[in-house]
Write a protein that binds this ligand. Structure first.
Ligand code: GDP
Ligand code: MG
Length: 762
């Protein structure tokens, strides 16, 4: 029989870091709470502990039933009965962390306390008397630095020994005097009813009137009323409600113990470096501008056109040289060697389909890696947790909770985990709203779109690149304001308790790993989904009917008898372009298909069939938008007779769109319905077809309206679009939007308040 060990602790105490260290796994380590919602299991990597399984539980402050994380964790502990618990305690925040410890000790499962972040404790000059602490709690304590891998060996040895010997002797209890007596009386009543191991825990839960725990006990009415009597008596005598009575007991106990065992290096009230930094970055006035400036610089360095923008330089090299010359040249050589001639289907499929499509996407990998590297650093040092805090203050004014912002932070990597992270939001209405808006954030797959537009059309403008991020956040905030005014979403903001982790030097291994993980999943998709899509796009764009004859359009166009003046006029007319712009591809099947629905996008400035097709392929995966451009703009331009390279493709794209139309295109593609994977996640989290469609409809509608306003009103302002019907429609849309934002709307009443579970414990 194997041994099961559970890892329990507060959010941000280092559980996942320890879990990864012990199991060699690569779970996501985020420097903010709410990252590990689901529990994760892993086998120990050390050979001698092969039969030991370890379980990373979501971070919790308490075993109460108020949050999903708490319920997941406590259900696991009580029903799965792990052989031992490793309670990971953040040594720099010991008072708060011990609150959970006192509850875990009541479970009567063998337990060892891992006193983590000892490197920081020492640095702060704090002194913790580990031996005295261990004696006071009646539980072994091991010093640990999960980040540096110090102390893990002795920790796991202790945990395994405890699990084998099943030793739970010597535990002290937080309960004293009258409370203790009351709990003991309840224990008497529960005997035989509850698992012996969890008798104490159940008695306390019953005393706290924890409905979920009591329901699981199946008590008779008689027993219930006896317990209620005991509770009432204690409440009268101690003049407090039963839950607070227990909380007080715990805090008194913890204060007692820490007074004897912990000596802080800093005098009370003295500010640490972290506190000093926080005074500035979470400042009421400066917090937001600082965040905006930081994000601007990050996007500028990753994707802007500055000389220090090494992401852009590397991407230019990848686009122009690697995927513009080397890779096509390499395939040219191979295909020549195999006697595959230019103009044949196989040549076209490989060079103009796969190489052009996948190469276009992969060209943006360097920018993406630089961006994710910088974002990972921000996250790891602890800055993003501050951003959530700053955002909470802003969100709150509109009736939103900062909790809704955590999924957005996660979604900057990928929308799927972003949508899943919304599970931590207890308030059903806020959760739905967050699911509906989280994928507005520019995820990794959308970066090539941003890189393409900012790079090719706007000459590497850092403003345009960074605007994608702010358009995402702005859309979420504005959507929040608008939706909150409808009854279906109304309600008070849920409490958002979040402790700010101390800043630390980034763990480079962790940062590089997070960067690589995101980059690798991007590359993997390019090698699978994007290949398939490029092949399909190429086939549909290479074959077509020219003047009644089916075949490869390139070849058909060489047949003078088919390309009559009449035919060219007709085709140009149908495609809404000038006659001298007609290109073989315009006769392709894809052009025909795209032409049937491209009119939908005409009011947004990109009514041509190519962007219309690209937008639709983006639903499969957002990288496809750029991959499709790669295929569709990769034609031989006889008029220009230029050497074929990646740069030229993007130059052609640039020639086809005015800046404001390209910007509208970017906005629409960033905000409209996300990729199928994210839609799947939305469906799972909503667990309801109607709401899933509502989410897709809302996002697409929002994207359309915003792009419409930007193209028509923005275009009029910069002088790119002449006044016309579009302008009027644009202004009407703008007016409607402003009305929805500023109207009074539904005012949350008493019944809406009850929807918010209380979840402040810290
Ligand atoms: P979880 O929320 O409990 O899973 O915590 P994580 O494992 O995600 O860690 C939270 C943050 O604390 C991360 O930024 C870690 O790099 C950092 N961290 C974890 N253990 C240590 C440690 O022993 N020392 C220091 N200085 N930082 C740590
Ligand atoms: Mg975690």
């Amino acid at each position: 029989m194997g041994i099961k060990i559970a890892l329990a602790g507060n959010p941000n105490s280092g559980k996942t870091t320890l879990f990864n260290e012990l199991t060699g796994s690569r779970q996501y380590v985020g420097n903010w709470p709410g990252v590990t919602v689901e529990k994760k299991e892993g086998k120990l990597k050390a050979a001698e502990y092969k039969d030991v399984v370890i379980q990373d539980l979501p971070g919790i402050y308490s075993l109460s039933p108020y949050t999903l994380e708490e319920v997941v964790s406590r259900t696991y502990l009580v029903t799965e009965k792990p052989d031992a618990i490793i309670n990971i305690v953040d040594g720099t925040n010991i008072e708060r962390n011990l609150y959970l410890t006192t509850q875990l000790l009541e479970l009567n499962i063998p337990m060892v306390i891992a006193l983590n972040m000892m490197d920081l404790v020492r640095k702060n000059g704090d002194k913790i008397d580990v031996k005295a602490l261990s004696e006071a709690l009646g539980c072994e304590v091991v010093e640990l630095s999960a980040l540096k891998g110090e102390g893990t060996d002795s920790l796991i040895k202790k945990a395994v020994t405890l699990a084998k010997t099943n030793n739970i002797s010597g535990r002290s209890s937080a309960l004293t005097g009258e409370v203790k007596t009351a709990i003991e009386s309840i224990e008497e009543i529960l005997k035989g009813q509850a698992d012996e191991k969890f008798l104490r825990w159940n008695a306390i839960k019953a005393f706290e009137r924890d409905e979920k725990a009591v329901a699981a006990l199946n008590l008779s009415a008689d027993k219930k009323s006896k317990i209620e009597e005991i509770i009432k008596e204690a409440e009268t005598n101690l003049d407090d409600d039963s839950e607070s009575i227990i909380t007080n007991e715990r805090y008194n106990y913890i204060t007692d113990i820490t007074a004897k065992t912990v000596k802080k290096g800093r005098a009370k009230g003295e500010l640490s470096v972290s506190d000093k930094i926080d005074r500035v970055v979470t400042n009421r006035i400066l917090g937001l501008p600082i965040f905006a400036a930081i994000m601007f610089f990050i996007y500028a360095i990753a994707m802007g056109g500055w000389s220090i923008s090494f992401g852009t330089r590397a991407t230019d090299f990848a686009n122009d040289v690697i995927f513009g010359e080397w890779v096509p040249g390499f395939f040219d050589t191979i295909l020549g060697f195999l006697h595959v001639e230019e103009g044949t289907v196989l040549y076209g499929l490989i060079q103009d389909g796969i190489v052009a499509g996948v190469g276009a996407v992969l060209g943006f990998v360097p920018q993406m890696l630089v961006l994710f590297f910088l974002l990972s650093i921000l996250e790891d040092v602890g800055y993003m947790a501050r951003v959530a805090f700053v955002m909470d203050r802003i969100f709150r004014q509109f009736g939103l909770s900062g909790k809704s912002f955590i999924p957005c932070l996660v979604a900057t990597g990928c929308g799927v985990p972003g949508v899943m992270a919304s599970r931590t939001i207890e308030n059903e209405r806020d959760r739905k709203m967050t699911i509906m808006t989280t994928t507005f954030m520019p995820c990794g797959a959308k970066l090539p779109i941003i890189g393409l537009i900012a790079g090719a059309i706007f000459g590497g403008s850092p403003l345009i690149a960074a605007s994608a991020y702010f358009i995402g956040i702005g859309s979420i905030i504005l959507s929040g304001i608008i939706l909150k005014k409808f009854k279906a979403f109304a309600g008070m903001p849920a409490p958002f308790v979040m402790e700010l982790p101390a800043y630390h030097i980034p763990s480079w291994v962790g940062v590089l790993r997070a960067t690589w993980e995101r980059g690798w999943s991007f590359i993997k998709r390019a090698g699978s989904v994007i290949v398939v899509a490029s092949v399909i796009i190429w086939f549909l764009s290479a074959f077509g009917i020219v003047n009644g004859k089916f075949g490869l359009v390139d070849n058909l166009f060489e047949d003078e008898t088919l390309i009559t003046d009449e035919y060219v006029t007709e085709l140009a007319d149908k495609m809404n372009i000038e006659e001298d712009e007609v290109n073989p591809m315009d006769a392709s099947l894809l052009a025909g298909i795209g032409n049937t629905f491209s009119f939908v996008f005409r009011p947004l400035g990109f009514g041509n069939w190519k962007p219309a097709v690209a937008t639709v392929t983006g639903l499969v995966a957002k990288e496809n938008v750029v991959g499709t451009f790669g295929v569709l703009y990769n034609y031989d331009d006889e008029a220009e007779e230029l050497e074929e390279n990646g740069d030229q493709i993007w130059d052609r794209v640039a020639a086809d769109y005015t800046p404001i139309a390209a910007f509208a295109f970017m906005i629409f593609n960033l905000l409209c319905a996300p990729c199928f994977a994210a839609i799947g996640a939305i469906k799972r989290e909503m667990n309801n077809a109607k709401w899933t469609w509502a989410a897709i409809g809302y996002m697409t509608g929002w994207a359309y309206v915003l792009a419409l306003i930007v193209y028509n009103v923005g275009g009029l302002i910069v002088g790119e679009v002449a006044f016309g019907i579009g302008t009027i429609v644009g202004f009407i849309a703008l007016g409607a939007l402003l009305y929805l934002i500023f109207r009074k709307g539904y005012v949350a009443g008493e019944e809406d308040k009850n929807l918010n579970a209380v979840s402040a414990h810290a």
